[in-house]
Design a protein around this ligand. Structure first.
Ligand SMILES: N[C@@H]1O[C@H](COP(=O)(O)O)[C@@H](O)[C@H]1O
Length: 207
């Protein structure tokens, strides 16, 4: 099975997928491409270290170079760059750009030559709790205010509504009174590395 991974940053979740495909925890699978919308993303370095093909395309330079084009055109171009590598699954692992119809219509199209491609996203909060950006900070702040005692992380299918697609794997994480935010974040990231592997396996087994 071929997995395309989209990233924007350090790529520690990408690394979890690399290690799991190499060790066989994710059996019979390889990462066929790593695509980033940020040139300096360390995740690209992780991919190159493994000899995994990489792609890069940022939104603003794309729009500057093609003034007649729109964000939807950019999303469609991302879809084409991904499909070039014939993936069976697309995993958004720390990908910090909201993909709209331009991308979803292409990858979810049911064509003769190809079935709709599953697309999953990692999000550091529970379903419906802290959708969108800075979810970790917002959850920790709510805990500080005594509004919540736990949060979590999830992997969900991607739909147009941000972070609202059907959950694939969800894991609750309890807050610990007095725990500094960075220690809490370290705990949450460890859970993310587990659930991104679990969710990838779950979807691949359904194919
Ligand atoms: N959207 C969020 O961005 C972070 C990416 O981390 P990394 O995989 O780049 O290390 C993860 O915490 C993910 O939930």
């Amino acid at each position: 099975r071929r997995i395309a991974v989209l990233i924007s940053g350090s790529g520690s979740n990408l690394q979890a997928l690399i290690d799991a495909t190499k060790s066989g925890v994710i059996p019979n699978a390889e990462i066929c491409v790593v695509l980033s919308n940020r040139k300096a993303a360390y995740g690209l370095e992780r991919a190159r270290n493994e000899g995994i093909p990489t792609e890069y395309l940022a939104l603003q330079p794309f729009l500057k170079k093609n003034p007649e084009k729109t964000r939807d055109d950019y999303d469609a171009e991302i879809a084409r760059m991904v499909l070039k590598h014939s993936p069976d699954l697309v995993v958004l692992a720390g990908w910090m750009h909201i993909l709209g119809d331009g991308f979803l219509e292409i990858v979810y199209a049911d064509q003769e030559s190809r079935r709709p491609l599953p697309v999953i996203n990692l999000h550091p909060a529970l379903p419906g709790a802290f959708d969108g950006a800075n979810a970790l900070d917002r959850a920790y702040e709510a805990f500080q205010k005594g509004e919540i005692t736990y949060t979590g992380a999830m992997v969900h299918r991607v739909v147009k509504d941000v972070d609202r697609g059907e959950p694939v794997v969800v894991r609750q994480i309890d807050f610990v009174p007095g725990e500094p935010q960075d220690a809490f974040e370290t705990r949450l990231h460890k859970v993310e590395w587990e659930i991104i592997v679990e969710a990838t396996n779950k979807i691949l087994q359904q194919l």
